[in-house]
Design a protein around this ligand. Structure first.
Ligand SMILES: [Zn+2]
Length: 123
């Protein structure tokens, strides 16, 4: 399934989750419908640290509509950590990092290997 973009509404929700979880991280899985990322699932116990996030992905259900993941970086660094690059390939192709101070522009998308990826924001 080719991904055409992410719903603005979902993006704003993810940013709000980041803000509400601060100073902890949150981790969520992103799901697409008809090529548009518009749903997220929180994993159980996901006030996660970088190191525990990869364990959560081992419990992940097999899901053909899985498009990627989203998580927050309370330190504001919009760049994947080594731990991130290890778990990205297990959970789809599009990976959002949302960072402090959680303004509408404080996020970036990456591919599974950690390369910055443009993604369209759809109304
Ligand atoms: Zn991270």
């Amino acid at each position: 399934m080719k991904i055409r973009g992410i719903r603005n509404e979902l993006l704003l929700l993810l940013i709000e989750l980041g803000r509400n979880s601060h100073p902890n991280e949150f981790v969520a899985l992103l799901r697409e419908r008809d090529g548009i990322i518009e749903e997220m699932n929180m994993l159980p116990g996901t006030t996660a640290t970088e190191s525990s996030a990869s364990l959560l992905f081992d419990m992940m259900p097999l899901d053909t509509h899985l498009a990627g993941s989203a998580h927050s970086h309370p330190n504001g660094v919009l760049r994947p950590s080594d731990a991130d690059v290890n778990f990205f390939p297990r959970s789809g192709r599009y990976h959002l990092i949302i960072g402090y101070p959680y303004r509408e522009s404080d996020w970036k998308c990456f591919t599974a290997d950690g390369t910055p990826q443009q993604i369209e924001v759809l109304a």
